[in-house]
Design a binder for this molecule. Structure first.
Ligand code: FAD
Ligand code: 2HG
Ligand code: ZN
Length: 473
């Protein structure tokens, strides 16, 4: 029996034969969400418990077979699917989807890593609490994947990234040992904070199997407004006013360029998109208030009045009901799908100091159009966090696959050089995966990369955990 056949036999014994997939259509596990790559797996393994994960990792390590941890497979940077070799095991956490405990007094919830984000949000809501992580992929992404990528989303301006919401982790390390770091402690200075090594490591250091996350009180009222602004400068001015007027009530601040909104209007005509035809930019803002709906409305009205007086808002609607609020948010959240409908595209998930974003966009748009005439910029994102999705669609009527093939590398170079000039980041929230693994060394200091390699070498000396992602061997 070959080593691989023996390994598959052992995996069947550990998780049950029906949870080791080797035949049939494995597309959902081996193709990434953006359909950039389709890999080939030796097997897709679906453990049902942490001891099973540990046994799977031990068996793979003994056979020197590498592992690709996978949650909902909604990642944007080709990090959760196997390479083309047919020698990697996809370790899917989706069967481990339980809420373990909710401690109302400690404001924490402990869950399995495969728990779908929306189910986690709903469990918290049922107990009267808010779990504030919010992404358009929340119906299928998992908390393990959110932690693996340190996902951002639309509430970061108030609650921070996934990292900021996590108090403790349970991890199976590359040797197949279980580290029980589940903790609800808000203070613990007993040496290196290992949890933060695994958060954002994209499955390259170990498998997250459980997590303790923070809960927040449910705000009394959440109001949403959709505003037309004359320029990106005006959007930044509005953000400043929103901080002043709403304080910690400001829980969402998203910007959307006209072309991005036009794609939603074109591909999802059932959605009514306000203002996009007349105005270059729109903003969605959210105010969460702990007093009352009336107070929330009052604060919002004062803000919008001040903004109109200052000329940084030209028109605005405030949602009258939760259904309207959802509809306004749905417009923003539909942009990635609308882009996918429009065809293949180039994504730049970048962050820059908020104050310099307008200058960056003006300068980079000009450079791009000079070099790639007709390129269509799809600019939108989490302006409140200085995180733009500065994406590009091929010129109209151009063969999109050819455009991507020929122009993605030089276009990325141009955009990322601009990001460097502004001391920004080439991956604000999506991670590195395999898509940016060759680009990262050009934009990260050699000292930082050496320290990252030392951590990888220390924790995964055989390079079996998601190799070739984040760092090249
Ligand atoms: P996967 O895609 O399965 O995996 C992502 C990475 O994490 C991989 O490297 C994988 O190996 C690793 N991983 C997964 N599970 C584990 C685990 N248990 N232990 C260790 N490593 C693990 N991202 C944002 O940050 N903000 C957004 O606003 C946002 N919006 C999105 C909207 C849409 C429509 C889509 C499709 C995606 C969006 N994303 C966004 C990207 C994506 O949803 C997030 O990166 C999410 O956190 C991935 O979770 P997942 O469970 O799908 O992980
Ligand atoms: C979002 O903010 C996601 O909608 C996806 O991070 C961004 O598709 C993208 O570029
Ligand atoms: Zn985003």
């Amino acid at each position: 029996m070959s080593t691989h056949t023996q390994l598959i036999e052992s995996l069947r014994q550990i998780v049950g034969a029906s949870n080791v997939l080797t035949d049939g259509d494995l597309t959902p596990w081996v193709q990434d969400w953006r359909k950039r790559e389709t890999g080939k797996a030796l097997a897709v393994v679906r453990p049902g418990s942490t001891p099973e994960v540990a046994a799977v990792v031990k068996a793979c390590a003994a056979a020197r077979v590498s592992i690709v941890p996978q949650g909902g497979n909604t990642g944007m940077v080709v990090g959760s699917t196997p390479d083309a070799s047919g020698t990697q095991v996809v370790l899917s956490l989706t069967r481990m989807n339980k809420v373990r405990t909710l401690d109302a007094g400690n404001l924490t919830i402990t869950v399995d890593a495969g728990c779908v984000l929306q189910n986690l949000q709903e469990a918290c809501e049922k107990a009267g609490f808010l779990f504030p992580l919010s992404l358009a992929s929340e119906g299928s992404c998992t908390i393990g994947g959110n932690l693996g990528t340190n996902a951002g989303g639309t509430q970061v301006v108030r609650y921070g990234n996934t990292r900021d919401l996590c108090l403790g982790l349970e991890v199976v390390n590359a040797q197949g040992e279980i580290w029980d770091g589940l903790s609800g402690l808000r203070k613990d200075n007993t040496g290196y904070d290992l949890r933060h090594l695994f958060i954002g490591s994209e499955g390259t250091l170990g498998v997250i199997t459980g997590a303790t996350m923070k809960l927040y009180p449910m705000p009394k009222s959440q109001l949403t407004a959709f505003a037309a602004v004359p320029s990106l400068e005006a959007a930044v001015e509005l953000l400043g006013l929103a901080h002043q007027h709403l304080g910690s009530g400001l829980t969402g601040f998203e910007v959307m360029g006209q072309f991005a909104l036009s794609l939603v209007a074109k591909h999802f005509p059932q959605q009514r998109v306000p203002f996009w035809q007349e105005h270059a930019w729109c903003v969605v803002l959210e105010n969460s208030d702990n007093e009352s709906e009336a107070h929330a409305r009052e604060c919002f009205e004062r803000l919008l009045e001040a903004a109109m007086e200052a000329g940084c808002v030209v028109d605005a609607v405030v949602a009258e009901s939760m259904a309207q609020a959802h509809a306004l948010w749905h417009i923003r959240e539909s942009i990635p799908m609308a882009q996918a409908e429009e065809g293949l595209n180039i994504k730049h998930d970048i962050s820059i100091n908020v104050s310099r974003i307008p200058e960056f966009v003006t300068e980079t748009n000009a450079l791009l159009l000079e070099r790639f005439p007709g390129a269509r910029m799809v600019v939108y994102g989490h302006l409140g966090d200085g995180n733009l999705h500065y994406n590009v669609q091929a010129p109209e009527n151009e063969d999109q696959a050819r455009f991507l093939n020929e122009q993605e590398t030089p276009m990325n170079a141009l955009v990322y050089e601009a990001v460097d000039r502004y001391r920004g980041s080439i991956s604000a929230e999506h991670g590195v995966g395999s898509l940016k693994v060759n680009t990262l060394p050009k934009h990260k200091s050699p000292v930082a990369l050496d320290m990252m390699r030392a951590i990888k070498q220390g924790l995964d000396p055989q390079n079996l955990m998601n190799p070739g992602r984040v760092l090249k061997a």
